[in-house]
Design a binder for this molecule. Sequence first.
Ligand code: SAH
Length: 520
Amino acid sequence: MTEKEQKCKEGKVWLVGAGPGDAGLLTVKAARLLKKADVIVYDALVSAELLSWLPDRTEKIYVGKHAGNHPVPQEEINQILIREAKAGKCVVRLKGGDPFVFGRGGEELEALAEEGIPFEAVPGVTSSAAVPAYAGIPVTHRDYASSFHVITGHAKKDGTLSIDFPALVKLGGTLVFLMSVSSMEKILKGLMDAGMNPEIPAAVIERGTTARQRQICATVGTLKEKSDLAEIHTPAMIVVGEVCTLAGTLGWAQKRPLGGKQYILTRPRQNMSVLAERLRALGAQVIEMPAIRTEPVRPNKRLKEALERMEMPGEKKDELWLVFTSPVGVTTFFDELREIKYDLRKLLSIERNIKVAAIGSATAGKLGEHGLFADLVPEVYSARELGEKLAAEASPGAHIMIVRAEEGSGELVPPLRKAQLEVEDIPLYRTLYDVHPALQEEVRELLKNGEIDGMTFTSASTVHGFVRAMGGEIPSGIRAVCIGEQTAKAAAEYGMETVVSDRADMDSMVEKILETAEEE
Ligand code: SAH
């Protein structure tokens, strides 16, 4: 099925649960729908990690809060859904947790039903079970609780709670109170007044499943005081019951090597996810920010001409070096060969000694995937080093063909020219900067609040791209894990605290991130 056919012909709304924060808890169905949506209508509970996961160019409508912190009225949200669906779009209405668990999902579907708009509900992982799980609290356990109950702690306009405390106490199951931070005192008192033993274990968990998860374990009698001391804020939930005692033994989330850490990865979209997955597997929350995206120079007349010249009989029989300075460059090079239907047998028939140079191990690895094994990979990752090493290695009169980004480093060519080699610098792709405003705003806030434990940069252009995407300025002191000295230099210019990975590959980046995490 083509992408177009997958899109719906008439408008439809999918009411989708986004899970409690950890992007890994998005369901497979939700992930598929987000990729094909024409418009995503989302609210406040969605984390930055999840936001970074939404496709760049899909239209997004934020209905969490109006400026000035007023919630967008439900009626207005309903009208947006109706309007977008009637325009024939695939609308994904994304909500935190599960859409029907205190999410007003039912009301939204009723409004759609009334208008005859087709819809589907896609349940999500509800925070009421997942957040305790990330704190090491199983909501039921054969020794402690045979039921669990999810209750809203949201007070009525007059400040009272409509909770039947005696009934809850009598049930004896685990009690999970959502939206309960501001009414914590009333809830705990209500339970004790209804006869609950103040010694019963209780916990409050803030921003569960995310890198900023905090949990306080106490008793029904002491939780309020401890929670105030720790300054627990919403979103948070109260869990009451014997199962809370298990948190000490079963708590696992923060014990992971990168548990409690949050990183921003900036790279071209095409080859980002490997590092993200590695860091997530170690427990980190990862915001993937394609600060830059690449676009091939197309049609690439210069590449075509250079290839044609290479084939000409009687041309110099000297050495010819193909030089690659990034994995994207390699991919784009082969994409372009395909685009112009350049048959690789032509290269084989050229009577020249063709050699291949790569700036670092990741680029060399990419070449290997295409069956080319680099003759030269300098130990130190930098454009200057590549230029110097190549100048020393190439035989006199060699022809150097560099295929790389339009705005490539100025340090590669001079050493080659100095060695009187014939250099052709062919732009293969250009870098574009785009970050959707919702993510931009969220990330700026995270940086400002010191909630980012580190960022990764793989080239100076990703550094510039990121800062530009943030509006030209970032707070100083942000930890930057960089590939290459030039990249670190660029990051340092913006006041970042830099470390350089030992090698130019993902393993080395992961090692450096683990090292810096341990130091803290
Ligand atoms: N539909 C959502 C709940 C919406 S009500 C779900 O199924 O999860 C919002 C409340 O959920 C918050 O006030 C808080 O009590 C709870 N909540 C949601 N995400 C949370 C998180 N990551 N950590 C702690 N509490 C969370």
